[in-house]
Design a protein around this ligand. Structure first.
Ligand code: SF4
Length: 160
C-alpha cells in the first residue's frame, strides 16, 4: 500500500510498541518510498513474510494490508486493489505524509542550520541553550502511533 508506516523507527515500552516521528534513514519522505528498496535487506531492514507475520506482527501497523489479510480482516476502502488508484492511500491521508514525522535529511539539515546560526549570530550561552532546547523539543523522538502487542517483544529490526 506504500503507506510507509512500517518505515517509522520504533521503540517499545512494556508490551506497547511505539511508531515514532523519526523515519528510517533510507525512507524518502518526498516520494514516500524506500530509497534502497532492492538492497534494503542487506542493511537494517526486515523482510515482510509469513515468518514476520507469525512472530512479530506488532512491527506492522494495524492498518497494514499484509497484517489485515493475515488477521482475516478486509482491506481498507482506500487500498489500491479496491480503488484501482495507486495514489488512493495518499489521497485518503493514510500514509506517513499525513503524520508529524521527519526524515533523516530534515533532521540533519535543521541541526546544521542551528549550528550555522549559532556561529553567525554569535549567540551567548543563554541564547544557545534556549535555541538548543527549542530544537530538541521539535526533534525529540516521540510516539506517533502505538499498538499493544499480543505477546512479549523480541529484538527484531524494522521491516520493509
Ligand atoms: S508493508 Fe504495510 S505498513 Fe509497510 S508500506 Fe506496505 S501496507 Fe504500509
Amino acid at each position: 500500500m506504500r503507506c510507509g508506516k512500517c518505515c517509522m523507527l520504533k521503540y517499545s515500552s512494556g508490551n506497547v510498541i511505539h511508531f515514532s516521528n523519526r523515519m528510517c534513514e533510507h525512507f524518502d519522505l518526498k516520494n514516500g518510498r524506500c530509497s534502497c528498496y532492492s538492497t534494503r535487506l542487506s542493511d537494517s531492514c526486515v523482510k515482510v513474510d509469513l515468518e514476520l507475520l507469525e512472530n512479530n506482527i506488532e512491527l506492522l501497523p494495524d492498518t497494514c494490508a499484509y497484517r489485515l489479510l493475515y488477521e482475516g480482516k478486509d482491506l481498507p476502502c482506500y487500498h489500491p486493489l479496491i480503488t484501482g488508484d495507486k495514489n488512493s492511500p495518499l489521497k485518503a491521508g493514510a500514509t506517513v505524509k499525513s503524520l508529524p514525522v521527519y526524515s533523516k535529511s530534515e533532521y540533519e539539515e535543521s541541526y546544521n542550520t542551528l549550528l550555522k546560526r549559532q556561529r553567525e549570530e554569535y549567540w551567548d550561552a543563554d541564547k544557545a541553550i534556549k535555541e538548543g532546547h527549542k530544537w530538541l523539543k521539535k526533534y525529540k523522538i516521540r510516539s506517533v502511533l502505538s499498538f499493544t502487542c499480543p505477546k512479549k517483544l523480541n529484538s527484531k529490526k524494522s521491516p520493509n
